[in-house]
Design a protein around this ligand. Sequence first.
Ligand code: GAF
Length: 397
Amino acid sequence: MTVTDQGTAARFADLTGREPAGVWSAPGRVNLIGEHTDYNAGFVLPFAIDRRVAAAAGFRDDRVLRVATELDGQTLSAEASIDDLLADGGEAALEGWSAYPLGVAWSLLAVAAERGAEFVAGLRGIDLVLATEVPVGAGLSSSAAVEASTAVALDELWGLALGRELLARVCQRAENVAVGAPTGIMDQFASLFGAADAAVFLDCRSLDAAVVPLGLAEHGLEVLVVDTRVAHRHADGGYRSRREACEAGAAAMGVDTLRDLDVEDLERAAEVLDPVVFRRVRHVVTENRRVLDTVRTLREQGAPAIGPLLDASHVSMRDDFEISVPELDLAVETAQASGALGARMTGGGFGGSAIALVAADLVPAISAAVLAAFAEAGYAEPKVFTVHPADGAGRLV
Ligand code: GAF
């Protein structure tokens, strides 16, 4: 299934026997810099990419929400009633892939319920058919794209008009509570606030966001993604333990969040914290600084000058935060050695993708070098492709 308005609308018609009321879509994201800083109330600089999830949606005659998608050639579907989702603990029964769209419905309904019983009694059921061109498990936030496309569709059909910032929070709550992944708000924000040719500079404490033009084409640059195809999850394991280490570090330093520390505090942190927690803290504190430096460099000198900051970010994630894997390191090192201006892993880590900032005419050579290096190392063949900063979630038709 393709993420076109016609393709997704036709699939909706096949599955429901009706035309959809509309088709909405939302993009995946690449994070340019600022990793594991969002849940520490810090800074991030992601951009929405030109790979999207489309959501065709239309009312039903009952109070059921039914979601469907295709995965590996199979149609998956799931449903929940509005009333079950409104009940206490209504999210508990949601599981598998459908916890993302139905979790967003649950999270939206909790906000809608604040408008009173009469308002929610008037809400009608909805059929929602999703189609994705964001690779799943590649660290490009296919989950946030599902959440944001669902959120904008339901928000409009139910006449909620919540506004983008609240929709981002609604999506994050779905991911944290219904899915059970303790993530920050970066991915949902990028998917909802993205803008063509620009990155989204977000202060995760205030949620103040600014669009920072990247001018990639103007500088003859491309962002190359290397999807290592090493699958990752955020609900458990390393992501959760990194978050816990950050919280422990903040508590031991006597601050609410690591955002309250600056590089000048690292000397004291080295004395107070155990060595592992110290390195986790040092990553976050220096990464916040690198995000600010990247935004300043973009504004003052342009994208060609940010390469060293990307490289430094990768070293910090590899050595201090310890969230890289050999495949990501190989992608980064090969891109750098083949002429990339800068490269780093992107997203939560433990797999997923690396990005490289490269001159457009070097894309074929760098791609070939990465493929050859993976083959030589005996790793699975990665997917190597360019992405372009794109607009955030919206209505297609
Ligand atoms: C994942 C999470 F979903 C984000 O909130 C963020 O923490 C990121 O990992 C790491 O920067 O994408």
